[in-house]
Design a protein around this ligand. Structure first.
Ligand SMILES: [Zn+2]
Length: 226
């Protein structure tokens, strides 16, 4: 199987298509991050280009995908990832659950994106006024499987309970930071690629009021994860 993959990789690399060539090596994490930052600026300033949504693009990605970033986002209907980053078909590999809580199926999906599709940037994207985080702050009694979400978010709620400022917004930010730290430590694939500097794993919060995505400082991520 491995031999087959190498042969396939060689064939694709020899094709003249930049897109295919790019897919085999992957877009560097820092360049991918810059694409997202610029796309969000276009979106929130009303200058969205809505790229890669043509009929030609449909055909281009029909046989193979080559996303340049993986987004771990909240399911909230107000944070559609391709729209807020002004991207199109085949650009973003997205895993969405309420409160962007990751468990086994999500982890496998993220690993697939970096190990097989060659993605070098993983972004955990929370958002202001997240209902899942709010539930984790307020309630110990939620119905059904929703408890899976609130239990996973509770550590962020607890860490921010006595901080100054708005508890919910602080918890949203802390939740993202803790999720970033967890993914950086996730064995066997993400931890190895992150520690070797092959991939970036960063956190960000989307503001429902302004449309702005703010990326978290590394110092903040490290401090909240102690
Ligand atoms: Zn949410």
């Amino acid at each position: 199987m491995k031999d087959y993959q190498w042969i396939l990789g060689f064939v694709l690399l020899t094709l003249s298509s930049n897109a295919f060539a790019e897919s085999m090596v992957g877009v560097p994490g820092d360049i991918a991050l810059q694409r997202l930052v610029e796309g969000n600026i276009r979106f929130r300033e009303g200058k969205a280009k809505r790229p890669n949504q043509s009929q030609e693009r449909i055909r281009e990605v029909s046989k193979r995908q080559f996303p340049f970033a993986t987004i771990i986002g909240c399911s909230d209907s107000r944070v559609p990832n391709e729209i807020v980053f002004d991207q199109g078909l085949g650009d973003l590999f997205i895993v969405r659950t309420a409160g962007q809580v990751s468990t086994y199926a999500s982890w496998g999906s993220i690993e697939f994106s970096v190990a097989v599709l060659g993605v070098n940037l993983v972004v955990v994207l929370g958002h202001s006024n997240c209902g899942a985080v709010d539930a984790a702050c307020k309630s110990n009694d939620v119905p059904g499987h929703i408890i899976t979400l609130t239990n996973a978010i509770k550590p962020a709620a607890e860490k921010t309970k006595h901080l100054q400022g708005d508890w919910l917004q602080n918890a949203v930010k802390a939740n993202v930071a803790l999720q970033v730290t967890s993914l950086r430590k996730l064995d066997p694939i993400l931890s190895k690629l992150y520690n070797s500097g092959k991939i970036l794993i960063v956190g960000a919060v989307y503001d429902l009021d302004t449309g702005k995505v703010s990326f978290l400082d590394e110092d903040y991520i490290l401090s909240i994860s102690k």
